[in-house]
Design a protein around this ligand. Structure first.
Ligand code: SF4
Ligand code: SF4
Length: 347
């Protein structure tokens, strides 16, 4: 059993929830898009039902709520420091299944990685509950079904917006009081079961295959195409890399704050070491690193799934129209070629 609410009733429920939660959802920011006269849709706190963009996928992922592109981690003076404050209220995020699955991946990377929990991520994650939103069949960059992230679990509410209002179910009983007196109706949440775009990651368990793939010519194509702008990783639902910057407030260099700022393995200099050495000096090297990290290394380390939820945001954001879906399928073709030539050589 669920609820069927008019827009006015849905606003009343939102108002009631907002007394206890900060509610985040995809929101449109007019004229702030990549090109002149275009909008951007990104996660932000919402107060009004009409602010929630449910018709299209957001340009940027829900991870921006949990790990903003920059955040103060601590403030320092000459002889002491103080950690920044965490969320002052529980948070409800209205997200698609890919975004909810992405947080399972991010939580594994941030929490317990190397024996240390990431305090700043964890205090946000502990404050967050999710409401899953209907995807309206997704768009032509979605391949969540290939990545097994078309369905979500553990959400508090399931929501289906329409021009007339909202259909929903309450999965977390602590949310039931917000719906008291609202009209009941049958509603079963529907997940996308097929995307137009299909991706077949290759089996990379064989080290000899991985080594051959490392020097495969397919990566050289990206030296000419990829501008190493890093937009794909900033828009990625699962990428977690960051660097730190100290911001000094005035003349005294010992008074300021330390921020952590999103970083990208696709940007030149990301892996620069002493004496200016770089492990991956070309765009092709960096693309190979990103793709193999997402479609081999993460799974090899954590054992459950690949580090991609098929949200397609990186495809949408890339100014060079580089598609990770096409790249992974191409990589599968390259692996087939490698296996065929190994068979021919009798290995
Ligand atoms: S790699 Fe691309 S498709 Fe995969 S999770 Fe990141 S943004 Fe989404
Ligand atoms: S793949 Fe596209 S978005 Fe990513 S760094 Fe290269 S040009 Fe930028």
């Amino acid at each position: 059993m669920g609820y069927s609410l008019t827009a006015v009733q849905a606003q009343q429920v939102l108002d009631a929830i907002r007394k206890d939660y900060r509610v985040y959802a995809p929101k449109r920011f007019p004229k702030q898009g990549r090109y002149s006269d275009t909008d951007v849709v990104r996660y932000a706190e919402v107060e009004r039902l009409e602010d929630i963009v449910w018709q299209v996928k957001s340009d940027y992922p829900a991870k921006e709520v949990l790990s903003p592109i920059q955040q103060a981690v601590f403030y320092f003076t000459e002889d002491e420091y103080r950690a920044s404050k965490g969320p002052n209220k529980p948070i409800l995020i209205l997200a698609r299944p890919c975004d909810i699955n992405a947080q399972e991946i991010q939580a594994k990377i941030y929490a317990g990685n190397g024996g240390y929990d990431d305090y700043y991520y964890q205090r946000m994650r502990d404050a967050v509950k999710f409401a899953v939103m209907d995807c309206n069949d997704g768009d032509d960059t979605c391949f969540c079904c290939s990545m097994g992230s078309n369905r979500a679990e553990g959400y508090a509410l399931a929501l289906r917006f329409s021009e007339n209002g909202l259909a929903c179910t309450v999965e977390d009983e602590t949310f039931a009081p917000y719906f008291e007196g609202m009209p009941r109706a049958e509603y079963t949440h529907r997940f996308v079961e097929k995307n137009a775009l299909e991706v077949t990651p290759p089996d990379l368990s064989d080290k000899a295959v991985r080594l051959a793939l490392k020097s495969h010519p397919m990566w050289k194509e990206f030296n000419a195409r990829c501008t190493s702008c890093g937009s794909c990783t900033v828009a990625c639902s699962t990428c977690t890399c960051f660097t730190t910057r100290d911001v000094i407030y005035g003349d005294n260099p010992e008074v300021g704050e330390r921020r952590r700022v999103t970083d990208s393995c696709q940007i030149a200099g990301f892996d620069q070491m002493a004496l200016q050495g770089e492990l991956r000096p070309t765009a092709g090297d960096r693309m190979r690193y990103k793709v193999l990290h997402k479609f081999h290394d993460y799974k090899a380390r954590f054992g459950d799934r690949h580090m991609c939820v098929g949200c397609g945001r990186c495809i949408h954001r890339c100014p060079e129209h580089i598609s990770i879906a096409a790249t992974v399928n191409k990589m599968s073709g390259a692996v087939e070629d490698i296996l065929a030539s190994q068979a021919q050589e009798g290995r």
